[in-house]
Design a protein around this ligand. Structure first.
Ligand code: C5P
Length: 247
């Protein structure tokens, strides 16, 4: 199957399972249970803060890729040093907030490229987070203070990410088509806020179904609660996979 992004992947490879749990052993149990159905496992702040870097090593030992979702947002020097640490850990992808600015993103990329060349390591993919999927257009305007539309802001931040030389963005599936149309096929688009028709939105505001997200051109779907909070998570993965395959 080829999405608009042009990357050929199976339905399972497109799935990123968010390990939003706090115990190392439970997370590894989940990896063991789902590793044949999911391409990448996402380690976020909860799991990383409670389990430490060992969780990444242990997921890699199971032969699986890790998306380190710590959304770095700091001064250029601090972010680039954290990025080097992530690369040395062996993560497959990690992210920074695009709103940290061009200099921060460029320094992050350059430091990772240089370190990986010097130390003969595989370079992780670096993504820029645009606007969180839990942020509505009203919150973006009234609380964050951005006066142009949410779509315009996502487009603007995506352009900055591309200019900085990062590999792609994290965005809501609702903004995929605008990003794809402006920045082309090679730009990775990772979409959280995915909800099949049979699962509740929880705190996510800008959601889409797996079918819609893939149809719009997303490369990867990040999914957590819609899988892990089901009575039968494997059945949920099967339904999601079938939905992706039907596109
Ligand atoms: O449970 P749910 O599928 O909503 O989980 C989505 C995951 O994606 C969470 O781990 C969340 O931290 C992450 N995420 C997000 N929105 C972003 C970036 C990451 O929901 N913009």
């Amino acid at each position: 199957m080829t999405a608009k992004g042009g990357v050929k992947m199976s339905a399972g490879e497109r799935l990123i399972l968010a390990l939003d749990v706090s115990e190392h052993d439970y997370a590894i149990e989940l990896v063991e249970k789902f590793k044949d159905y999911v391409g990448i496992f996402k380690v976020g702040p909860e799991l990383f803060t409670s389990s430490g870097p060992k969780i990444v090593e242990d997921i890699n030992k199971k032969g699986k890729k890790v998306f380190l979702d710590l959304k770095f947002h700091d001064i250029p020097n601090t972010v680039s040093r954290a990025a080097i640490a992530a690369a040395r850990l062996g993560v497959y992808m990690f992210n920074v907030h695009a709103s940290g600015g061009l200099e921060m993103m460029r320094k992050c990329r350059d430091s990772v490229v240089e370190t990986c060349l010097k130390e003969n390591m595989e370079r992780p993919k670096i993504l820029g987070v645009t606007v969180l999927t839990s942020i509505s257009k009203d919150v973006l305007r009234d609380e964050v203070g951005i006066q142009h539309s949410l779509k315009t802001h996502v487009k603007y931040l995506s352009g900055l990410v591309l200019k900085a030389g990062l590999d792609g963005v994290v965005a809501s599936a609702r903004e995929v088509s605008i990003i794809r149309n402006h920045y082309g096929k090679g730009f990775l688009i990772v979409t959280p806020g995915i909800r099949p028709s049979w699962s509740p939105p929880d705190d996510q505001k800008r959601t889409m179904t797996p079918r819609e997200a893939i149809r719009e051109g997303a490369d990867y779907l990040v999914m957590g609660r819609a899988i892990l909070q089901q009575a039968d998570p494997l059945k949920a993965i099967e339904l999601i996979t079938l939905e992706i395959l039907a596109v």
